[in-house]
Ligand binder design. Structure first.
Ligand SMILES: [Mg+2]
Length: 147
């Protein structure tokens, strides 16, 4: 049987506006704990969410793949619920030793692809976008970041 098609969305900088908490990682020493635990205060980026809903209403399985550490997943779940973001799969990272592109490639291969055919990916981070494209997956860059 053919696998169901999915679309893979990133959170930070893609579906979520995290500008209010960047100050916690742009300082020295970094306050990583505070940076991540403040994610419940993020705002939803309306145009990206519109695209998200178009895919969801089009029958794709919605996969949210974030490099936020797994220990904050309960806060992510709360945020998704509060903001009305419905999804099929949520993957947080327990691969903090890996850069985002390598961690996402790992989850792509070991968690997503065994279940789904990836039709499309949406991200804001250049190294991750490059990874998707190197893997032959069409990726929409929502931000045009250079790193
Ligand atoms: Mg991001």
């Amino acid at each position: 049987m053919a696998k169901k098609k999915c679309v893979v969305f990133d959170l930070d900088g893609t579906l979520c506006d995290l500008n209010h908490r960047l100050k916690y990682i742009q300082c020295f020493p970094k306050q990583s704990e505070r940076f991540h635990s403040s994610c419940v205060g993020d705002t939803l980026i309306p145009r990206v969410f519109e695209l998200y809903e178009m895919f969801r209403n089009g029958g794709y399985a919605m996969v949210i793949l974030t490099c936020r550490p797994k220990k904050y997943e309960h806060l992510t779940i709360e945020w998704l619920k509060t903001n009305g973001v419905k999804y099929d799969v949520l993957i947080s990272s327990d691969k903090q030793e890996l850069t985002d592109n390598k961690a996402k490639k790992f989850y792509k291969e070991h968690v997503i692809e065994p279940e789904y055919e990836i039709a499309f990916a949406v991200d804001d981070r250049k190294m991750v976008i490059d990874m998707w494209r190197e893997e032959g997956i069409t990726c929409l860059d929502v931000a045009g970041n250079t790193h």
